[in-house]
Design a protein around this ligand. Structure first.
Ligand code: HEC
Length: 142
């Protein structure tokens, strides 16, 4: 009898552990992520300044192919820039200039290196940074 009770207890533990760590929901969520899907939900500011609008145009031309529309990231390709990691105190405006000029060695994400971006000037990047910062603020990233 004892043996049966402890066997029952052990199987409950195993099933419980499976439920906690591998709930069917989570498995479904994982299989829903598709390459290229936006990685965060982005709230846009009510309006952009002229500088931010120029930044948007340059961002869409040079960065969105990897970082996604509105910097929402693309699963399997490049991270969202609308992310706490990229708040100004962590990645200051200079890190945007350096990223575009020299590229970035993969360190925060499993997406590989970012190559240097051809055909953007420092003032393009200043505008892009203003655009990204405006969206970050609208999403509570300051
Ligand atoms: C070919 C794809 C690609 C393009 C194009 C691209 N990026 Fe990236 N970028 C990446 C990846 C991948 C990372 C993440 C590296 C890591 O793991 O930390 C990244 C990281 C960054 C970072 C973080 C830098 C740091 O110091 O950690 C910034 C800022 C950035 N990108 C800005 C830009 C801007 C601005 C543009 C457009 C001018 C751009 N990227 C274009 C792929 C790209």
């Amino acid at each position: 009898m004892r043996k049966i009770i402890s066997l029952a207890a052990i199987s409950l533990l195993i099933i419980g552990g499976w439920w906690i760590f591998l709930k069917p929901q989570d498995v479904a969520e994982q299989s829903n992520t598709t390459e290229g899907a936006a990685m965060v939900e982005v709230v846009l500011p009510a309006s952009f300044t002229p500088q931010e609008q120029m930044g948007e145009t340059a961002f869409n031309a040079k960065c969105a192919a990897c970082h996604g529309i509105n910097g929402a990231g693309q699963d399997g390709i490049a991270p969202p820039l609308i992310h706490k990691i990229y708040e100004p105190s962590h990645h200051g405006d200079m890190s945007f200039q350096l990223a575009a000029m020299n590229g970035v060695r993969a360190h925060h994400w499993p997406f590989g290196n970012m190559p240097a971006v051809e055909g953007v000037t420092p003032s393009d990047i200043t505008n892009i940074t203003a655009y990204v910062r405006a969206i970050q603020r609208a999403n509570g990233i300051n």
